[in-house]
Design a protein around this ligand. Structure first.
Ligand code: F6P
Length: 343
């Protein structure tokens, strides 16, 4: 078969390992041919692709980013967009199926292309936030947690030296998995996540109790966290200086508020895209490779509209509908468990 690969949405450590796993399994097990669409769905809409041969994936599993490039293009928009145009482009170039590697937006588009146009698409979940339902973990999350944990460990020594409160903002637009895991791993005194809004008074109480115990407080906050009782207009949300929706910024809001209310000197650190850069962890390399290999098997099983997924230690196939229907939120029980450690 001739299979087209694409990576779409925000990049994520492990994307290249998926590509390598898919290409090696396809070539070795099935004698497949591969092309890579450039810059996500944009490459599909613009028929912009290149051949990928075995030599191209040599040493790729440890490389961060994506050799194919990425974008947030919607395949239903633009001149070559929509199921009919895409099917024609695939037929013209003898491409039998697409493996779409992406997050919620990418996989929703993939599902629509299958449902509305009968396009042969199989999905691979990608999210550093770990916000996709129907997979226990996605590659990229483990790497992001390791990077955030290392940053927390480093911030702790400078916090202790100065007796300051450190506020560390990590990624997590809709869910708080990176904050929860890095906060637990790094021994944070408070973890603030989108699923659990808190008032500034509650946060300050935690911070003061840490100081009372003779420690320098360390607060980990997910970028999507909302302060309870604060209006949108006065929060970090809204538009940035260029008119783009502001994603982060809660750390910069919280640290001065804590300092003002408690008198405890506070500093904020926003980790930002550092969490998405560089080489994937060994766990992510293995997971991404297995998902890529399984996606090729799914193509040969004609599992259109399905996504490969990690369930326990097994790679399974689930419907894209299930995967895109709801987000994978941090359950209250997991938060309560971590909260015992703040005390
Ligand atoms: O969804 C992954 C993610 O890294 C979020 O955690 C973050 O809010 C967003 O992407 C950032 O997007 P961009 O790279 O477009 O600024």
């Amino acid at each position: 078969m001739k299979i087209g690969l694409l990576t779409s949405g925000g990049d994520c450590p492990g994307l290249n390992a998926v590509i390598r796993g898919a290409v090696l399994n396809g070539i070795i097990s099935h004698d497949d041919e591969f092309v890579g669409f450039r810059n996500g769905w944009r490459g599909v809409v613009e028929a912009d692709f290149e051949e990928i041969v075995r030599h191209d994936v040599r040493g790729l599993s440890k490389q961060g980013g994506t050799i194919l490039g990425s974008s947030r293009t919607n395949p239903f928009e633009g001149e070559g967009g929509g199921p009919e145009n895409i099917q024609r482009m695939l037929d013209d170039n003898g491409i039998d199926a697409i493996i779409a590697i992406g997050g919620e937006g990418t996989l929703t588009a993939a599902r629509r292309l299958v449902d509305e146009g009968g396009i042969n698409v199989v999905g691979v979940p990608k999210t550093i936030d770990n916000d996709l339902a129907a997979t226990d973990y996605s590659f990229g999350f483990d790497t992001a947690v390791q990077i955030a944990t290392e940053a927390i460990d480093r911030l702790r020594t400078t916090a202790d030296s100065h007796g300051r409160c450190m506020v560390v903002e990590v990624m997590g637009r809709h869910v708080g998995w990176i904050a929860l895991h890095s906060g637990m791993a790094g021994g944070a005194h408070a973890i603030l996540i989108p699923e659990q809004p808190k008032t500034i008074d509650e946060i300050c109480e935690w911070v003061e109790s840490v100081v009372d115990r003779g420690r320098a407080p360390l607060v980990v906050v997910a970028e999507g966290f909302t302060l309870e009782g604060m209006s949108e207009a006065h929060s970090h949300k809204g538009l940035d200086a260029f008119g783009r929706p502001r994603l982060g910024g809660i750390g910069e809001l919280l640290a001065p508020m804590i300092e003002e209310r408690t008198g405890i000197e506070s500093r904020e650190t926003v980790l930002g895209h550092i969490q998405r850069g560089g080489a994937p962890s060994a766990f992510d390399r293995v997971l991404a490779t297995r998902l890529g290999m399984a996606a090729v098997s799914a193509v040969h099983d004609q599992a259109w509209g399905q996504m490969v997924s990690l369930r326990g230690t097994d790679i399974e196939v689930v419907s894209l509908q299930e995967a895109t229907g709801a987000l994978n939120h941090v359950p209250a029980s997991r938060y309560d468990e971590a909260k015992i450690l703040f005390g």
